[in-house]
Design a protein. Sequence first.
Length: 472
Amino acid sequence: MKRSVIYSFGLPFSFLLAGCAPGHDTAAALSPNIPVAHIETGLVAGQWPENEWWKTFHDAQLNSLIARALADAPDMQIARQRMALAEAQAKMAIAADSPQIDFSADAERQKMSAEGLMGPFALTDPAAGTTGPWYTNGTLGLTAGWDLDLWGKNRAQVAARIGKVNAQKAEMEQTRQLLASSVARLYWDWQTQTAMEKGVNAIKREQQNIIAADRELYQQGITSSVEGVETDINARKSDERLAEIQGKKRAIEARLAALTRTPVVTLSPQPLPAVNTTLPASLGYELLARRPDLQAAHWYIEASMSEVEAAKAAFYPDVNLMAFLQQDALHLSDLFRSSAQQMGVTAGLTLPIFDSGRLNARLDIAQAQSNLSVANYNKAVVEAVNQVTRTASEVETLRVKNQHQQQVEADAARVVALARARFNAGMLAGSRVSEAKIPALQEHIAGVRLQGQYIDATLQLTSALGGGYHNG
C-alpha cells in the first residue's frame, strides 16, 4: 500500500523533471559596447524631461511655429499611435497574467435518441424521472481560471511589453526633437537670409549713389560712359543675389508651412542670436543620456532579454487552476432549484514532451532578436559619439571664425569712418564714401552668413545631444 502511494505521487514529479521538451544551447548573447548605465544618468524609467530648448531664444514667433508642428505634424500623430498600440499590448499581457472570471448562460432544446447512449431519457417514465424525448436543457453560472505562471513566462512577456512601451515613448520624443530642430533650423535660416537681404539692399543703395554720381560727371563731360560700366555690372549682380535670397526665403516658408500644416507662413524679421555659447569642457557619454534614440535602443534590449526569458520558460510545464459554480438542469423549470447546483475545481497541467523543435526555434528567434537589438544599440552609440564630436568641432570652428570676422568688420568700419571724416572735411567726394561702404557691407553680409552657420551648427549639436548641453 505504501509503495503504491509513493508511486502515485512520485510519477507526476518524474514527468515534471524528465518529460519536458529537450532544449539546446543558443547563440552567445552580445554585450553592449558602452554600459547602459553610462547613458541613463539623470533619467527616470518610462519618463522624459521637458527639453523645450527652443524657448531659450525668447522668440514667441519660433515658439508658436514649433508648437503647431508638434501638435499637428503627421510624424507626431504616427508616433502617438505607436505608443498607444504598445500600451494596449502591455495591458493585454498584464491581463493575461491575472485570474479571469466569466459568466455564461445557455439554453438548448433537443430530442433524445432512443438508440443512443442517452436512450433511457428518450422514454417517459415517471418512476425513473424521465420525461422524454424532448428536453430544454439550461446552464448558467461562473467559471474562473488562473495560469499560475510558476516559471515566470507570463511575467517575462509583461516585462517585454513594458520595455516596448518605454521604447515607443523614447521614439516619440525622438520624433518631437527632430521636428522641433527642423523648424528651428528653417526659422533661423529664414532670419539669416532676411539679414543678408537687408545687407544686399544696403549695398545696392550705395551702388545707386555711385551710379548717380558717375552719370552726373558724364553729363558734365568730366568722365566717359565706360568708367561707370563696372558699377552697373555690380548692381546687376546685387539684383541676382537679391533674387536668390528671396527664392530661398520662399522655399523655407513653404517647408515651414508643410511642417506646421499652415496654408501660409508669414514671418517678421528678428535679430540673430549672439555668438556666445560655451560648450562643456568634456562631451562624455553621460551627455548622451538625453538622446531618445539611445534610450529607445536600450529599452528594446531590455524587452528582447525578457522575450528570451519567456522563450526559455516555455520549456517547463504550465499549471492552471480552473473552477466553476453553475446551475444545470434538463428542464428550464428546474434550473433555479438548489438541487440543480454544481461546482468543481480542476488543476490542469500541460507538459511539452515532443514539439518537433518549435520551442527551440522560438528560443533561437528570441535570442537572435536580442542580439540584433544589442548590435543596433552598439551602432547607435558609435554614430551618436561621432555625430556629437563632429558637430561640436564644427560649432567651435565657427565660433572662432565669427570672432575673426567681427574683427574684420571692425577694421572695415574704421575705413568707412575715415572716408566719412575726409568727406566732412571736403577732401573726398560722396561717391568715394559709398565705395568705402560697399566692402564693409560685404564683410557684414559675410559675418551674417557665418553667424547663421554657427546658429545652425548649435541647433544640430543640440539635436545630437537629445535636447540640450546640460546633463540631468
